[in-house]
Design a protein around this ligand. Sequence first.
Ligand code: MG
Length: 458
Amino acid sequence: MKKLFGTDGVRGRIPEELNPEKALRLGRAIGAYFGKGSRVLIGRDVRAGGHMITHAVASGLIAEGVKVYEVGLAPTPAIQYNVRLLGMDGAVIVTASHNPPEYNGIKVIANDGIEIPRSDEKIIEEYYFKGTPPSKIMWRSFVEEEFLRTDILENYINAIIDQVDADLIRKKNYKVVVDCANSVGALTTPWLLRRLNVKVISLNCHLDPTFPGREPEPTPQSLSLAATLVKEVRADLGVGHDGDADRAILITDKGEVLWGDRSGALLSEFVAEKWRDLPRRVYTAVSSSLAVEEYLKPRGIEVIWTPVGSVGISRKIKEVGGAISGFEENGGYMHVPHQLVRDGAMKVALTLYMLAEREKRISDLVSSLPRYYTIKEKIPMSREKATCAVNAISEHFSEYRQITIDGVKVIGDGFWILVRPSGTEPVLRVMLEARTLEEAKKIRDNVLTLINKKCLEG
Ligand code: MG
């Protein structure tokens, strides 16, 4: 059967690939999945077409007898948190996360606040393509419009403050640069920080669906202005969100943009110390640096490698009954005592809590991590050729330790290589790290030559 959902919901360009007709039909399919009488939140990020898609989906849900509560603009984790707090049956979030501005998307959240599993997406896809089962909805079902009598952003900010020692942070008079990506992170992170007595210097914190400040994905390139600003105003920390603020990339006081696996390792050690009853393990995707394992293992924390994708990590942590954290290099961090999903604002508050307790600069903490130099390459090729490349690398490095849950990750002495087909586009992703930049470049050249010879020539 045809697929509708990608790795994180349904995504498409507005209006060619995602339009009201499609959203309405998908709304009915999601409505049939939740069932008549169920209670569902619906909210969105700032993206173009968001109100159009939201109302079309809501219309489909209501037509299937679902009680729909509109929450308007909100970060993804704020909606996810309120699903559980308010005892909802789920949520629909209209967002395309970090995609370019012309995209929008729809994702479905279960009653535990986590994105629904793949098996449930299949049910919705079946309703979408084959039609929803006949249901008897009487006119009386439509007599009342549903309203929420609570402020979901306030609930969310309060829950985050409850997780940290707010008084301790308040005493430190921190200064933080926040880059909101012109989206919904602006509705919560600066205000959360102000309540922690932080002086907030904001960048791209006015809502604007054209994303005039930078692309919605936080990277060293897109955060270069924020990094300069951190140094210029002598801030203690910088933060860059993605379009729906479930991710946060940190910037050190020295202006270094810190990938999420590095900050994830530091935070996990801190959380293990503060929340002593959590099982001493962390979940991170194979795209994370070996520095994570080298840093946490000697500190008595087990590192469990997972395929790329946060939904899998959330579901896994729930299944095994807990962990210290789950995180990815893209800036997604799950603080398990708070909620089992990525949460950008929670990550920021937790970082300040760590700095306050440790009485150190973030750059000093980073210098205690093993140093690696990273190279990332993206090579266009078909799925078959990408599989050939994975096999070629696996064979060539057969003497080495390998992790094969998503492509192949080869682990050598002082270096590692990850080769995996992308889940969303016809490209091969190559990521590698070594102790020096020269060494990393040499490994990259060898890997690319090998893939060329075995899979691309002739
Ligand atoms: Mg996101």
